[in-house]
Design a protein around this ligand. Structure first.
Ligand SMILES: Cc1cc2nc3c(=O)[nH]c(=O)nc-3n(C[C@H](O)[C@H](O)[C@H](O)COP(=O)(O)O)c2cc1C
Length: 186
């Protein structure tokens, strides 16, 4: 089993990110190859990065950082469910990333991005240098949802297209392969 963390990045009131992340959770559970930690950044509610030391030192002083560190450390792969804000990524995600360092290193990350016409891709591209700084290794199979709000039904449930499901499963395969390949480097 691969220990997968699904990160719901949006913390906004009325966010569509939660139903999209819940779809990723359902698919990962049905896949059967993952031990899953569902990390809802709204629920985790990290304050703006408030540690006095560089995260690389791992000298954490706050309980919220220690708890977040333990969860990320335990994960072997990530899926970031991320919106695009002003042609970039959500600040909540950048903040959650900035808190830690070694915990992210040499681990694969897939993205499920969403927004308007760009499907959140500018936000994904903007996050790449950050991921590189942290030693995260991005998948090439990424789910991109254009006008994603139209796929949320009246009950607030995300309704995937077949192409979305196919891409997510290709991403799962890649996450498992990369996680195994990277584990000797960790
Ligand atoms: C502050 C803000 C900036 C946005 N900027 C973009 C953008 O640059 N590109 C885009 O496709 N959608 C943009 N949108 C629309 C979002 O894609 C849409 O509101 C989506 O529902 C946001 O995800 P969330 O509901 O999970 O927070 C923006 C929305 C907000 C609130």
């Amino acid at each position: 089993m691969t220990r997968l963390m699904i990160v719901a990045a949006s913390v906004r009131e009325g966010r569509i990110g939660l139903p999209i992340a819940q779809w990723v959770l359902r698919e990962a559970e049905a896949d059967g190859r993952f031990e899953i930690d569902f990390a809802d950044l709204k629920e985790i509610a990290l304050p703006l990065m408030d540690e006095p030391n560089h995260p690389r030192l791992r000298q954490y002083t706050r309980d919220h950082t220690k708890a977040w560190s333990a969860r990320v450390d335990a994960a072997e792969a990530f899926v970031f469910v991320q919106p695009e804000y002003n042609y970039s990524y959500a600040p909540s995600l950048k903040n959650a990333l900035d808190y830690l360092h070694q915990e992210w290193r040499r681990k694969p990350v897939g993205t499920v991005s969403y927004g308007g016409i760009s499907g959140g891709t500018r936000g994904v591209t903007a996050l790449r240098p950050v991921e590189q700084a942290l030693g995260l290794v991005p998948t090439s199979a990424n789910v991109e949802l254009a006008w994603a709000a139209q796929q949320i039904d009246d009950e607030g449930v995300f309704q995937p297209r077949e192409s979305n499901e196919r891409m997510l499963h290709t991403q799962f395969d890649e996450l498992i392969a990369l996680s195994a390949a990277l584990s000797p480097l960790r």
